[in-house]
Design a protein around this ligand. Structure first.
Ligand code: UDP
Length: 239
């Protein structure tokens, strides 16, 4: 039997991973499929934490463009949206019998814990999935940066970045039929070519913390588990 390659993993899932394609809000089927994929990894005995985005509900910069909401307020609204998503992911995982805790960078103590690094690590040691909400707690950045930050803080061994495609491509596979998937890239290649994989700040932070990133498609059933076992499909970004 294959042994997992990692003891502790962090999954970054965007808000769009929680809604039907092209829509906004939250879709129960998408939640269930995310939870099913996470459970496959939990069942390997791997410690799991998740950073959820909020773009399916609010993005600070987008809401500010429409006015009259100030951009800073928009970012706080976006961070609160991630709390809504985290609660949805929590209940869905628990419906499958997976124990969880939500920790938020923005205190919302009636519904979840505040982010406390050591407590988060202890939860994971006890087999609980920790869902990080509230991004970094600061406006003007994204949950990708939050994911890299949390991965470094809780010493995750890999950051799994869920996207709509199964890795990084030579060009946009949606419009270019000759596009090919790239097996692996260095952090510097992503930064120098400004590849739109993740925020560059997040890539930079992963580089400094020596945390590899795997870009993968969560909709391929069992793929995240296979990546954790060292045989899935995705693009590895490393040193
Ligand atoms: N956000 C923020 N600080 C953070 C993380 C997120 O201000 O540390 C806000 C920002 O406005 C962002 C929104 O929350 O647009 C939703 O997060 P994000 O766009 O990263 O969500 P995703 O694209 O992953 O769904």
């Amino acid at each position: 039997m294959n042994e997992p390659r990692f003891k502790r993993v962090l999954l970054k899932v965007s808000g769009e991973g929680l809604c039907s394609p092209g829509k906004s809000g939250i879709d129960g089927r998408q939640l269930k499929s995310l939870a099913d994929e996470l459970k496959l990894v939990v069942d390997l005995g791997v410690q799991v934490c998740v950073v959820v985005g909020g773009g399916n509900i609010v993005r600070g910069s987008a809401i500010a463009k429409e006015g009259p909401i100030e951009e800073t307020t928009g970012h706080y609204m976006g961070m609160l949206a991630t709390v809504i998503n985290a609660l949805a992911v929590q209940d869905t995982l628990e419906s499958l019998g997976v124990q969880t805790r939500v920790q938020s960078a923005l205190p919302v103590q009636n519904v979840c814990e505040n982010f406390i690094r050591r407590r988060a690590m202890r939860h994971m040691e006890k087999g609980r999935v920790v869902i990080f909400a509230g991004g970094t707690g600061n406006p003007f950045v994204t949950t990708d940066t939050g994911a890299a930050l949390r991965a470094a803080e809780v010493r995750a061994e890999v950051l799994l970045k869920a996207t709509k495609v199964d890795g990084v491509y030579s060009s946009d596979p949606a419009t270019d039929p000759t596009a090919t998937r790239i097996e692996s890239l260095t952090y510097n290649e992503v930064i120098d070519k400004r590849l739109a994989v993740m925020d560059l700040a997040a890539v930079d932070l992963c580089q400094r913390s020596k945390i590899p990133i795997v870009v993968l498609d969560l909709r391929r059933t069992g793929n995240m588990r296979d990546v954790v076992l060292g045989k899935g499909v995705g693009t590895l970004i490393h040193g």
